[in-house]
Design a protein around this ligand. Structure first.
Ligand code: ZN
Ligand code: FE
Length: 256
């Protein structure tokens, strides 16, 4: 049974804001703080009172509104222990394997270094929902600003263990450009070709492609498919380790 209401809205140029609300206890969290004015506006529309900020990583489009929202609401700031010094206003530090109680709902925390050193993601098993920040995107993954391909591949493998039905709430609408890149390394993938037709149609209508699902990502996201024969053939890396194929896909995306 679903315990949470999840409310998604666009922020800044290509971020998504997410508010999650647990009715029984009356708690409400924002996943990151991309735009405090937009977050306040949506809170008012929903008539929800902000009690938590759940940060995924330190980048300004994720923590830039922390202090303003904390001062105006008195909410608790939750963030990665591994990067506590760079999370403004942090009150509660969490890390790998821990459980965050959010009203009657529970989020399991995963450390997912790669995009940044201290990135974490929040997984609500009861909701089949993962809030993944800039670790995983629809048909993409975060740039490796502070981590190695090995670290990021290890992080993504944790998410690959989630059930296929898991809805993936990523922090940016990057899907169309990710998909166009994906076709260059996985051009024969029928599921990918079909999905891109759908993505182009949705974006032409101004509709979101987030959330995605883990099932969909397993079939179409080249960063999760380094074992794919098609991708390996396209890269000329038939005998390579998964991590090396992943690294090459990431390198090519950086230059795309
Ligand atoms: Zn980021
Ligand atoms: Fe971001």
């Amino acid at each position: 049974m679903a315990l949470l209401q999840i409310h998604q809205f666009p922020c800044l140029s290509d971020n998504y804001g997410f508010l999650i609300h647990e009715r029984l206890s009356g708690v409400t969290a924002t996943i990151d703080t991309p735009d405090p004015r937009a977050i306040n506006r949506e809170l008012e529309r929903k008539r929800w009172r902000l009690t938590h900020i759940l940060n995924t990583h330190h980048h300004p489009d994720h923590t830039g509104g922390n202090m303003r929202l904390k001062e105006s609401t008195g909410c608790i700031v939750v963030g990665p222990r591994a990067d506590a010094a760079r999370i403004p206003g942090i009150d509660l530090q969490v890390g790998e394997g821990e459980t965050l109680e959010f009203g009657s709902a529970k989020a399991r925390i995963y450390d997912t270094p790669g995009h940044t050193r201290g990135h974490i993601v929040y997984y609500f098993a009861s909701e089949n929902a993962g809030f993944v920040g800039d670790t995983l995107f629809a048909m993409g993954c975060g740039r490796l600003f502070e981590g190695s391909p090995r670290q990021m591949w290890d992080s993504l493998q944790k998410l690959l263990n989630w059930p296929g039905r898991t809805r993936i709430y990523c922090a940016h609408e990057y899907t169309r450009s990710n998909g166009r890149f994906a076709l260059t390394v996985d051009p024969e993938n029928r599921a990918l070709i079909k999905r891109m037709e759908e993505v182009e149609r949705l974006r032409a209508e101004g509709l979101p492609t987030v959330p995605t699902t883990m099932r969909q990502e397993r079939r179409t996201n080249p960063f999760l498919r380094p074992g794919s024969r098609g991708i390996r053939a396209q890269l000329g890396m038939q005998g390579a380790d998964n991590v090396d194929v992943f690294a090459e896909v990431r390198r090519r995306k950086d230059r795309f």
